[in-house]
Ligand binder design. Structure first.
Ligand SMILES: Cc1ncc(COP(=O)(O)O)c(C=O)c1O
Length: 369
């Protein structure tokens, strides 16, 4: 992946050390052009919503390919909490069931499950130890009364990447479903939903998928699609959305698109350009570059004696957490050196992506020394 090629696509990398992809992706020229085109059409009175709708369908197809599933298993909505809430809200009231969820989950994949207490569910929380979520802790809490296990593929606050396949197998051994929030993982680290035996997976697109805020995709395994009903259906939930503008007939789509909510047209246009870009570069090439960056970061932090949150190799992601003594001082240093990163729970969080280079890590090391 040539640096000149990346600089043409992501012009900011010439001046900025962008290590904040875990908050939102760095904007790219192709998405910007696509948004410019669609907004120009809008201003010129030439906006065609049918064309924007068709972008959504192509984006759905790309997303399905990215995670190795079929397009009919993908629903589109706006935010992660729409997806988790949609699933949580249809679990039936109970007197003896439980939900297992990590207590460090990002709120959008936490609040909807905790709310199920109101329907009689016991909420069993898994505690991380220095950022590590131990499968054994899940194993102890998941039992024949567990309805669902909710987990992030990569934790937003710690960068910890869990062994999803083993967790899915523990859930399935107990007839529980597994719901995965892949917002911090997709396009950053390899993830094939079928191979990992995931039941339901949702992801926002505006992080490592290079999307624009406003779209979330949700995979529901084919065998489970009939189990879930539209909760907030609009015309997009129809079997043929373009013929579903009005009543009296109600005929929902047969696939996961029955759970669609209306598209955000302009974000979808930008996002499609980004998905095309990912496809052009190739997911495998992105994963390879990211793996190189992960290994280089670990080696550099070790060489410079930088205190960072350490995990076994297989649990490392493109997100690293560095405890800092003086948050304000580090923030100022980052600002002065044109380094974009984020802080979570008083710790520095860096999120790398394929448009980063080893020199970006060198800069962080110099600053933290
Ligand atoms: C793991 C994870 N899930 C979801 C989100 C965003 O959720 P929502 O789309 O509900 O704002 C974030 C944002 O940082 C996140 O880190």
């Amino acid at each position: 992946m040539h640096q000149y090629y990346l600089q043409r696509l992501f012009p900011a990398i010439k001046d900025v050390t962008y290590l904040n992809s875990c908050s939102y992706a760095l904007g790219n020229i192709k998405a910007q052009k696509a948004i410019e085109t669609i907004t120009n059409e809008w201003v010129n009175g030439q906006f065609d919503f049918m064309k924007a709708e068709s972008y959504g369908e192509i984006a759905r197809d790309y997303f399905a390919n990215f995670i190795g599933v079929d397009k009919h298993e993908i629903a589109m909505t706006s935010f992660l909490s729409n997806a988790s809430g949609l699933i949580a809200n249809q679990l039936s009231p109970t007197v003896d069931k439980n939900i297992v969820v990590a207590e460090c989950e990002f709120a959008s994949n936490y609040y909807p499950w905790v709310q199920l207490k109101n329907k009689g569910y016991e909420i069993r929380l898994v505690k991380p130890h220095n950022g590590i979520l131990d499968l054994e802790d899940f194993n102890k809490l998941i039992d024949k009364h567990t309805s669902l296990v909710a987990i992030s593929a990569v934790q937003s606050s710690s960068g910890f990447k869990i062994d999803l396949k083993s967790l899915a197998q523990i859930a399935h051994k107990n007839q529980a479903l597994i719901f995965v929030d892949a917002s911090q993982a997709l396009c950053a680290v390899p993830l094939n939903a079928k191979e990992l035996e995931i039941d339901i997976l949702a992801s926002v697109s505006y992080k490592f998928l290079l999307g624009v805020r406003g779209q979330t995709y949700m995979y529901i395994k084919d065998e489970l699609i009939d189990k879930f009903k539209p909760m907030t259906p609009g015309w997009r939930a129809g079997k043929n959305p373009m013929k579903s503008f009005y009543g009296p007939r109600v005929e929902y789509a047969l696939g996961a698109s029955k759970l669609d909510t209306s598209l955000s047209w302009f974000p979808v246009a930008g996002e499609l350009a980004s998905f095309e870009l990912i496809n052009e570069i190739g997911l495998e090439n992105i994963y390879k570059k990211n793996q190189t960056l992960i290994e280089y970061t670990i080696q550099s932090f070790e060489d410079h004696n930088i205190d960072y949150q350490k995990y076994p190799e297989e649990n490392c992601s493109t997100i690293f957490i560095i405890p800092v003594k003086d948050e304000e001082k580090i923030k100022n240093r980052l600002f002065d050196n044109n380094i974009e990163a984020s802080f979570r729970q008083g710790k520095l969080r860096i999120g790398m992506h394929f448009y980063n280079e080893k020199e970006d890590i060198d800069r962080v090391c110099q600053l933290l020394k």
